[in-house]
Design a protein around this ligand. Sequence first.
Ligand code: C2E
Ligand code: CA
Ligand code: CA
Length: 834
Amino acid sequence: MYKLGEVKKDKKIDTIFLLVIFFLFFIIALFSYLLKVNDIIYERNQYDSAIAKLPVYDESFNNFFLKSTSFNNYDVVNRNIFNFEEIIKLLNSNDIKEKYGNRYLELLEKLETNFNEKRDAIERFKSQNALLISSIHYQISLNKAITDKKLLKGNKDIQLLNKTMTDLLAYYINPSIDYEHIEKNIQYFSKLYEKNKLRELKLFIQHALVNTQRIQELFTIKKTNFQLNKSIYDLKEFLTTKFENALYNSRIVVTILFIIAFLILSIVVFLYKRSLRIKDDLISFKTAVENSYNSIVITDSHSNIIYVNDMAVKETGYSRDELIGQNPRILKSGDKSESFYRKMHEHLDAGRKWEGEFVNRRKDGSQYYEKASIMPIVERGRITNYLAIKLNITDYIMQQRKVEYMAYHDSLTGLPNRTNIEEYLEYQLPIAEENNLGIAVLFIDIDNFKTINDSLGHDVGDSVIIECSKILKNTVKESEIVARIGGDEFVIIISGENTKHTSTNLCSEILKSFAKPIEANGYKLSITLSIGVSLFPEDSNDHKKLFKHADIAMYEAKDKGKNNFQFYKKKLSSQMHDRLEIEQALKQALKEDEIYVVYQPKYDIATKQIVGLEALARWNSKELGNIRPDKFISIAEETGDILEIGHFIFKKACEDFRTFKTIYPELESISINVSTIQLYNKKFVEEILNITKETKVYTSSVMIEITETHVMKNITYSMGVLNTLKEFGFRVSIDDFGTGHSSLNYLKRFPIDELKIDKSFVDDLPLDSNDIAIAKAIISLSRNMGYKNVAEGIETIEQEEFLLSHGCDVGQGYLFCKPKEKEDLLEFLQDQLS
Ligand code: C2E
Ligand code: CA
Ligand code: CA
């Protein structure tokens, strides 16, 4: 089996081995060269000492020549000749001849020739000198005999002979002296011999002549310029130069060898160190590969697996033995096309790195995603292996899909979201156009959803949304799309022929399916919807405009009293525009001090005494002029601005109430209208308690007015809040009573102080019998239950009289006093007192 680390043998090791061989080779070469140098030096010492002797011998030969006519020791000269010859023999040895070549031979030959010449001269000198000496002795004895025996007649001749003898001896010693007078004397004695025929004289003359020649010859030998010394010198010079050159060359070679060996050694050390490091690296690499979080798979050139790391084993679910030898295609899930794999192989076969994603299957059949990078390993131009590094990205892919899903779906209901439905509509429009089909966009908004959310909490709000989404899904066909595009807003898109007709039916059906209360977190809640519809191609062929138009139509449905549906009409747009303008302007209203409070007195109908005041909001917008409260209050409720506005009014009303009370102490209460949005706000009670504390107004002086319809929307919750208000001493009034279909059962249990008969029942008093019946019923009802009753909108004396005669306690209306600003009301109160 393939083991990691064998994957690539370290080539450096081979190189190091080779370099060590080289190194050894150079070291050996270096040593043998050093030996050679040693030899050269030794050899040189040998012949150098021999050659050094040659000039000494030569000198002895020269000395020998100096000793002519005297006794000479031939032994010394003979020995030196012998030694000289021995040295020549030595220099003639083959070794040296081979080494120094022709020039050496030439020089040696010359030396030999010169030596032979000198030796011959010595031999001649020896013999001539010997003969000369004995001849001189003979001459002397002849001279002595002639003198002693007086063989010559005259003394004069004898004297001349003696003198000649003496001259001759001087001449023999120094042949350069004048020889002419000696010659004259010898000629004289030759003539004398002609006369006396003296044998001794003849011999004397003969020897004198011979010796003269001999001395000349010796002299010539002595004077001969022998070349021996020079040839010794030349040879010596030659050998010295040769030796020095050889030594120099050897030194250079040795130095070079040394440098090379040193370099090789350095490289070896460097490579070895590096290979150690590489080895360490390899070990860490191996550990890293084997323990990697990536799957690592190596195949041979035929794509057969030869190595897998632990992670690859873990990921695939196959054992190592099952994987080795297999083609990685056993992991294919079939999720990718054949062309995908073909392209990958083309890429790899071209020797290029490939990166991509696999969808693979484990042994147990489960699918997983891998991000892979595969590298062909190329050696000497041939692909030998493939290395695949893979990372399991299943979690990432799933996460990504989830993110993608989330980007297109609403997390609460699982319905498509705004982006999704917008893209869908954009996509559907051209298709519908091509097929001559229509499209209807339904904008659905849950009525008063904010109240539910604020009063019952987000959990209940969420489950209302979920329930609504379920009902909507059940109402539409499967092919029709329901999306949630915002808090309580849904969109349905339907397409087909005559979508106006189908959407009318669908809207009715949807409204009907909400007739029954829905169950949300244990609460039973009556939910109604407002629906706006826009049509393609009638209203627009732009998807954004279709959405906008449906939205506008939905607001129209709200305006029309909610719980209904409206088709988009072009004129709607201008109304909607107003609404949007109000919405925008309202944001600035408080900051710009555009909102203020007016007060309308409530009076005892019987005594005409003012008992209380109702605070009413007013908005004088710089941009839009005076906006009626029933208009802007409902918008403020939708936008949530009512919380801030309500707080402002509450505080202002309490402050002003204290002022009014100082002037008119009989004032019992200040009535403040409170929207359910405020009432259901968790902090409401705490906030108004703070206000009463700050403004030093008793809670019992504050009458909170809530409209009947709102209270009835969510009886359980309303009851809770009203009880809390009562606990803190506030008083409660049910406003617009008679419009909200209150059940008497509930009414009995409500902690109420006052009922206000709605203006609509007062308007037609005392003429309309229906209104008379209702007014009478409300008055008797409140009396029975112990509540005060208030009739609002009294404009005529008839109305007032009727109400008084039927036992109505308190009245409010233009007849008595219109709502007034603070200063005007103060005046009014003053007037009342006087
Ligand atoms: P509401 O609470 O029923 O207030 C009585 C409305 O009847 C007031 O209209 C008042 O000016 C009007 N009114 C009184 N006597 C007569 C009369 O003899 N003839 C006629 N034609 N009208 C009379 P206003 O001020 O326009 O308020 C309208 C509604 O706006 C109020 O009805 C109330 O529901 C709401 N509103 C006003 N101010 C506030 C406020 O501060 N907070 C809240 N939440 N709602 C307010
Ligand atoms: Ca009111
Ligand atoms: Ca009212």
